[in-house]
Ligand binder design. Structure first.
Ligand SMILES: [Zn+2]
Length: 169
């Protein structure tokens, strides 16, 4: 495993629509291992492949919140798609590893259904809610070249120290 460089705005890969993964071979396995290591080192709770300059539809998420009843788990999802969203939305303050020093309030669906494949090509399906659903929405946006600042109803410049205290994705 290796830590890869996280690209930041205005790197053009962050604005590109990432391509679907067709091959679940060793190259994908290495990419996912590296993304996990890079996310943990940042530290962050989610990372999308375009953030390490790979324009492919792969995300990793590692998050849990016992109070919310969300067990701490690591997810690696290939070709993820949001197939359903709740009518209920929630406003939350997000930061992004690719946009240092900026946080913003973003309205997102409270609960979603995600489908895709695990790292070995087996069908993956889950229904995250709360902050976990927010992380998935943020990461899947990255695969479509969308950044949280595009959706934010308010953005704020903060010190890198303050930004680092947040769950970054
Ligand atoms: Zn991000």
């Amino acid at each position: 495993m290796a830590i890869r460089e996280i690209v930041t705005v205005p790197h053009p890969v962050l604005r590109r629509r990432a391509t679907k993964v067709q091959d679940f071979g060793p190259e994908l396995q290495k990419l996912i291992d590296d993304m996990i290591e890079t996310m943990r080192a940042a530290p962050g709770v989610g990372l999308a492949a375009p953030q390490v300059n790979v324009s492919q539809r792969v995300i990793v998420v590692e998050y849990g919140d016992e109070e919310e009843g969300i067990p701490h788990r690591l997810y690696a999802v290939v070709n993820p798609e949001i197939v359903a969203v709740s009518k209920e939305t929630e406003i939350g303050t997000e930061g992004c590893l690719s946009i240092p020093g900026i946080i913003g309030d973003v309205e997102r669906a409270y609960a979603i259904e995600v489908r895709g494949f695990d790292r070995h090509g087996k069908p993956f399906r889950m229904r995250p809610y709360g902050w976990l659903a927010r992380i998935f929405q943020h990461e899947i946006d990255h695969l479509n070249g969308v950044l949280f600042t595009d959706r934010a109803i308010r953005v704020e410049r903060v010190t890198p120290e303050l930004a680092a205290e947040m769950d970054r994705v």
